[in-house]
Design a protein around this ligand. Sequence first.
Ligand code: COA
Length: 190
Amino acid sequence: MEKKMREQEGKMLQNYHRADTDLTERFEFRSIHQDEANQAVLIEQICFPPNEACSEKNMKDRIAMAPDLFLVAVDKKTGKIAGFLNGLATDECAFRDEFFTNAKIHIPDGKNIMLLGLDVLPEYRRQGLAGELMSQYIIRERDNNRRMLILTCLQSKVDMYKKMGFSDEGISDSSWGGEEWHEMSRVINV
Ligand SMILES: CC(C)(COP(=O)(O)OP(=O)(O)OC[C@H]1O[C@@H](n2cnc3c(N)ncnc32)[C@H](O)[C@@H]1OP(=O)(O)O)[C@@H](O)C(=O)NCCC(=O)NCCS
């Protein structure tokens, strides 16, 4: 039973994962380096309005605590980050805003990941980069035996995350930036 579910999940992942050779030729996908923290801070400021963006301090704390949960796509031509997806590990199953502000609650071998930001610079958008980042993140954390990915997003991004295999769990407890957030999750290991 469990084997069958795993096979089904594997198939879903294969179907979803575009294995986009064009993107893997253009970008290097890897964990962030500490000396790239300023780039990540700037990209966050470009991608999100001030009430939603992660602060410089929180971003740097997060990169210091959990660089391996920070997947970046580096443009091979420029050597600079074009986009990233980051999170913290935990045994908790529901999102709370403290994940945004306190990287110390990260538990390295936590069974779930709270995803905290998906950012693609404007000049790299609509080419599949966010989808590729998510696919590669899922594959990596699946291999790390994580059970579930959890995130919050605005209504306008619910369909995007559904395409990435997430389910909408309804309105989250989060009041980040004074807005209403949907909580979404995806099981990656059954
Ligand atoms: C949202 C964002 C990450 C998308 O990055 P991207 O690399 O352009 O996305 P992709 O090209 O991989 O698109 C994946 C899917 O997401 C959807 N999508 C892309 N941008 C979207 C947007 N701005 N709003 C809603 N859906 C969007 C599309 O349906 C697309 O699927 P399709 O190609 O089958 O049509 C990027 O626009 C961004 O950084 N925006 C600002 C920060 C942000 O809003 N992050 C998400 C927070 S929850």
